[in-house]
Design a protein around this ligand. Sequence first.
Ligand SMILES: NC(=O)c1ccc[n+]([C@@H]2O[C@H](COP(=O)([O-])OP(=O)(O)OC[C@H]3O[C@@H](n4cnc5c(N)ncnc54)[C@H](OP(=O)(O)O)[C@@H]3O)[C@@H](O)[C@H]2O)c1
Length: 318
Amino acid sequence: MDWCTTIVSLILGALLAFKIYLRLTIGWCKSQTCLVGKTTIVTGANTGIGFETALDFAKRGARVILACRDQKRADDARKKIIRETGNENVVVKLVDMASFESVRAFAKEINETEDRLDVLVNNAGMLGTGDKKSSDGLPLLMQVNHFSSFLLTNLLIGLLKKSTPSRIVNVSSMAAQYASKFDINTFDKHISDSTNYANSKLCNIFFTKELAKKLRGTGATTYSLHPGVVQTDIFNNARGLKTIVYFVFRLFAKTSEEGAQTTIYCSVAKGIEKFDGEHFSDCRRVEPYATTTPSDLPQKLWQKSQQIVGLKHDEIQF
Ligand SMILES: NC(=O)c1ccc[n+]([C@@H]2O[C@H](COP(=O)([O-])OP(=O)(O)OC[C@H]3O[C@@H](n4cnc5c(N)ncnc54)[C@H](OP(=O)(O)O)[C@@H]3O)[C@@H](O)[C@H]2O)c1
């Protein structure tokens, strides 16, 4: 063997070993929890991690509300879930997380038509939106990834508290660890795609922490999580990186089913209430990122988010 063949063999061997290691360390939700008689909402449920989460809930017998922005994509997902699970209690309700008006209309309909809400999964998210703004004048990414989930959860708190033990699961990301310069005065402005994404995912973690404090003693609990690096549509907008990302993904990323496991775990696993407000990855509690940030930051984020989404006094249900 010449030196060139040796080096190529070593690289391929290392890649293969890394791939095997990744496969072996994926966390799988083994919980057998039955969700018959329970109602669940998954935002962004038509594809990726959200779709697999909704599919799992349907298999467990839940009423599943697919909270999506596009009627056709959502209907296709609904048909697929019903076909695969035989559970007909899967419905589509439209919500555009880029519009507070749409989030309010969605929450109003849920509050008026649903008797209970056992699990809310704030999953909808996006990446690489540049300096695009929402109809409310905020950076599109920040609104979809944080502000709308914050508003939606607040508007559904009454129903969640009525249905205890209930859970709110926030799909964050390890990208939160790159929000090292998170600034409460500028996080609602466009900075750059990567900074805004990292900030939005840190907001998911802070929101979860503060929400847990506010819900303590009610029987409703909340968790944030990193799903892993998952091969989904979210990277379609990742400008410039596409080819590399695609190559790396083909080799190493989780499938959507694998990527949904920690969301499912946080939604249904028994006995995790002691970790209320904490962060998960691969179906295990992990240390949160940004442990050095000031401890009043989650509270400040809550106050600022409340002001930005325009939550009125009579809408606060804590
Ligand atoms: N994939 C990863 O490696 C990874 C890693 C860490 C964290 N995450 C997080 O995981 C979550 C799910 O992402 P994914 O990877 O499954 O991506 P995905 O396949 O692109 O799914 C994202 C979902 O969010 C929906 N969505 C986007 N904008 C919306 C809006 N304005 N209103 C309503 N729904 C909207 C999308 O709907 P459309 O289909 O209509 O666009 C889609 O259903 C995100 O919060 C993401 O940040 C993903």
